[in-house]
Design a protein around this ligand. Structure first.
Ligand code: UT7
Length: 356
C-alpha cells in the first residue's frame, strides 16, 4: 500500500481583527479575564453576508492547491469539516466545490460534523482513500464562521470570547517516498457527555435527548401531535437558546487527559517517543490547555505551535491554520516528525503523526 502525504497547505484569516477590549463594549468581560483564562488577545471575524464558511474554505483551498502544484479541478474528493455550516443542508463541501469552479468531473464531497477534531478526522479519511489508491488528490478543509452564531450578550461570554473565524486546507496525495507521509492516525469518541459542549437548537430533537439526560429545560415545543416549529420555537428565540453552550471546566479537565493519551497512542504505534516530535500542532482550544499538555508530555517550547493568542479558537480550522503558519514560518522541514492532535465537542478526539 502507498503512503499519503500533505502535498500543499493553505490558510485564510479574515482581515478584521477583534480585540478583547472591543468585546468589553458589548458584554461584561475584561481583557484581563480573557487573557488570564485563555491566552487570547485577538481573534478574526469574517465580513458578515460577504464571507461564509465555504467561501473562506475556498480561499484556503486555492492556496493549498497552488502549493501542491495542481488546479482545483484536479481534486477527486473534498472533505469539509465545520460546525458552522452555511446551510443546514446541503453541506459546505458542495458549496465550496461550486465556489472553486470544480466542474465536469463530479468529484465527491463529504461534510464532517466533528467540531474541534473535524480536521484530524478528515485527514484520516483522506489518508485511507489515498493509501488504498481510490483517490489521488483529496482536499481536506477546516473552516468556521463562528461570528455569525454567537451570543454577544453577557449570557454567552464564556463561549463567545473564545471563538474566531478562519479556514485551513491541505491537499493529500500519494507518495512513493518510504521516509515521508502520514504514519498513523488515531480517532476516538464518547457520546456520554454530548451536551456538555453543544449547540442543540435549532435541531429536530424535540427534547428527546434532554429528557434522557434529565435536563428539564422547557424548550417551548408545541404538543407532539402538532406540526411546525419543530426546529426553532418562539421560546428559543425569546430566551436566547439558539447559541452554543459549554461547561468549560468539565471540558477543560477531559481535554488535558485526552490530548496526551491520544498523542502517546499514536507515538507508541509508530514506535516513536515524545522526544522524536519536532512539532506538535494542538487544536487551539485554550492556551492553558496547550501549555498543560506540553508540560505533561515534557515538550520544549520550540516543539509546540500556538497561535490562539491571535486567532482565538477556530474549531475545525485551528489545526490546519496552525500547521500552515508553522510551515510558513520555516519551523517544519522535510523529514520532521509533526504531530497533530485535537479534542472537542462530542466528545471526539484524535491525533495524526506525519513524517514531513
Ligand atoms: O475547543 C473545544 C474545546 N473547548 C475547550 O477545550 C474549552 C475548555 N474550557 C475552557 O477553556 C475554560 O473552562 C473557559 C475559558 C471556557 C472558562 O474558564 P474557567 O476558568 O473554567 O471559568 P468558569 O467557566 O469556571 O467561570 C469562572 C467565572 C464565573 O463567574 P463566577 O460564577 O465565579 O462569579 C463566570 O461567570 O468567570 C465568569 N466568566 C467570565 N468573566 C468574565 C465566564 N466567562 C467570562 C468572561 N469574562 N468572558
Amino acid at each position: 500500500m502507498k503512503r499519503s502525504k500533505i502535498a500543499g497547505i493553505g490558510s485564510y484569516l479574515p482581515e478584521r481583527i477583534v480585540t478583547n477590549e472591543e468585546l468589553t463594549k458589548v458584554m461584561d468581560t475584561t481583557d484581563e479575564w480573557i487573557q488570564e483564562r485563555t491566552g487570547i488577545q485577538t481573534r478574526r471575524y469574517g465580513v458578515k453576508h460577504k464571507e461564509t464558511t465555504s467561501s473562506m474554505g475556498a480561499k484556503a483551498a486555492r492556496v493549498a492547491c497552488e502549493r501542491a502544484g495542481i488546479s482545483p479541478n484536479d481534486i477527486d474528493f473534498i472533505i469539509f469539516a465545520t460546525l458552522s455550516p452555511d446551510y443546514y443542508f446541503p453541506g459546505c463541501g458542495v458549496l465550496m466545490q461550486r465556489e472553486l469552479g470544480i466542474t465536469g468531473k463530479e468529484a465527491g464531497a463529504l461534510d464532517i460534523r466533528n467540531q474541534c477534531s473535524g480536521f484530524v478526522y478528515g485527514l484520516s479519511i483522506a489518508d485511507q482513500f489515498v493509501k488504498t489508491g481510490m483517490y489521488k488528490n483529496v482536499l481536506v478543509v477546516g473552516s468556521e464562521m463562528h461570528s455569525m452564531g454567537l451570543d454577544f450578550s453577557t449570557r454567552g461570554r464564556n463561549v463567545t470570547v473564545i471563538f474566531g473565524d478562519g479556514a485551513g486546507a491541505v491537499v493529500v496525495q500519494p507518495t512513493d517516498d518510504p521516509d515521508q507521509g502520514i504514519l498513523t492516525t488515531k480517532l476516538h469518541s464518547d457520546g456520554t457527555y454530548a451536551e456538555k459542549l453543544s449547540f442543540v437548537n435549532p435541531g429536530a430533537h424535540g427534547g428527546y435527548h434532554q429528557e434522557r439526560i434529565g435536563d428539564t429545560t422547557d424548550l417551548g415545543y408545541p404538543p407532539a401531535d402538532t406540526y411546525g416549529e419543530i426546529f426553532i420555537t418562539q421560546k428559543m428565540k425569546d430566551e436566547g437558546m439558539l447559541y452554543p453552550n459549554m461547561e468549560g471546566q468539565f471540558v477543560f479537565k477531559l481535554a488535558i487527559q485526552k490530548f496526551p493519551e491520544v498523542i502517546q497512542e499514536a507515538l507508541k504505534e509508530a514506535g516513536l517517543q515524545t522526544t522524536d516530535i519536532n512539532m506538535l500542532i494542538p487544536h487551539q482550544a485554550n492556551l492553558r490547555i496547550s501549555q498543560m499538555v506540553q508540560r505533561l508530555l515534557g515538550l520544549r517550547d520550540d516543539q509546540v505551535w500556538n497561535n490562539i493568542q491571535r486567532y482565538g479558537n477556530t474549531t475545525a480550522a485551528s489545526v490546519p491554520i496552525a500547521l500552515c503558519e508553522a510551515w510558513e514560518a520555516g519551523k517544519i522541514q522535510k523529514g520532521d516528525l509533526v504531530c497533530l492532535a485535537a479534542f472537542g465537542s462530542g466528545f471526539t478526539w484524535g491525533s495524526a503523526l506525519i513524517r514531513w
